[in-house]
Design a protein around this ligand. Sequence first.
Ligand SMILES: Cc1cc2nc3c(=O)[nH]c(=O)nc-3n(C[C@H](O)[C@H](O)[C@H](O)COP(=O)(O)OP(=O)(O)OC[C@H]3O[C@@H](n4cnc5c(N)ncnc54)[C@H](O)[C@@H]3O)c2cc1C
Length: 384
Amino acid sequence: MYALNEAERSAIEKLEAIAAEKIAPFAADVDENGRFPSEAMGALAESGYWGLTVPTEFGGMGFGLSAIAAAVDTVAQKDASTAMVYLMHLCGVAAYNAAGDKFADQLKGAAAGKHLSTLAWSERGSRSHFWAPMSQEELDGDTVYLSGIKSWVTSAGLANGYVATTRAAGSDNPMAVSLYVISDTDSGFTVEKPWNAMGMRGNMSAPMVMERVSVSSSTRIGEAGAAMDVMMGAVLPVFAIGNSACSIGVAEGAVAATQQHLLNSKLHHLDQSLADLPNLRERLARMRIRTDQARAYLAATIGVATSGDPAAMLMVLGTKAQAAEAAIEVTDLGMRACGGVAFSKHLGIERNFRDARAMTVMAPTSDVLHDFVGKALLGMELFG
Ligand SMILES: Cc1cc2nc3c(=O)[nH]c(=O)nc-3n(C[C@H](O)[C@H](O)[C@H](O)COP(=O)(O)OP(=O)(O)OC[C@H]3O[C@@H](n4cnc5c(N)ncnc54)[C@H](O)[C@@H]3O)c2cc1C
């Protein structure tokens, strides 16, 4: 559905094999122990997928939105935690890419599987309203000090590069945002507490406290106070499309598990299987149709976005919300189709069900996305 070209299709076919052999076998353990998906991320690094969107001149694959969607969808079918860690890395790479060759070292590192990136945007002060950071930058010649509390950072303490927001020095406008790349070797930030969540348990999202983190002004992406263009124009499309793909992959995982369970579970006393029950077939059919609908909307969004159509932004916002809702519906149907076995951990559907709930609260949350789309349709300011 993602209209991949030949090179992208070949990369995704290889990724399907990696996902089956090197990601799926660890998914239950990652979830059970709430640990970083090191085997899965290691396999993606080794095979060059950390460089999916890194320009070829820096050793990457140079792919765009279609490949991002296909890759995240493929990985999420086996493990949503890995898919989200991977997506946040691709978001960091999108920010580096927006700065031309300024972050060539990080881009080369990503392509070589040695530099993992993430976003440090959400804050304790402004919560999911990531476009209005409360952290502060302090300019001192070529040195900049960054202070504030980031509330949720995927791969916190494990990433090599953190694309972090602050409010511009001296500004009282919360939307005058500056964007910096903090390196894991910089001093002044601490990761607060380990991740222990209902779902996405391998995400390792944690608060990061920045106490006068000292960085060079050359690590700024764009002009001080003018990062909204990069955030909304370069990073948000990657995040929204990838997040949508993650929801769809989770839904697809639940469809596959339900299909197998209905085929393989016998009612020996009737010489039948669960597949012989029409209500369960109907649930499976609804799951299939809803997942296909969500993926079709995402594919259409990518088509519109890559054609430069001005309608793209509404669809980019819409696709994250619609796919998140689809994943919740589909995984709920899977739970009800597979009964008590789904309630236990045998099928992985309860993991899909828990993981699916993360996408609605990841910012922009589904509530905010619906509000944005409604405001845009009524000619109102999105951030008013
Ligand atoms: C698995 C996971 C990984 C994450 N990784 C990262 C990361 O790598 N980097 C990062 O920066 N952040 C990350 N986040 C944070 C995420 O993007 C959100 O900022 C966070 O989930 C918001 O939680 P909150 O409780 O502060 O939400 P709140 O802002 O308190 O929202 C509470 C409720 O209010 C609703 N709400 C809020 N504002 C409005 C509004 N204007 N109109 C209507 N309803 C509204 C929300 O939809 C939500 O239902 C991650 C979150 C999760 C769950």
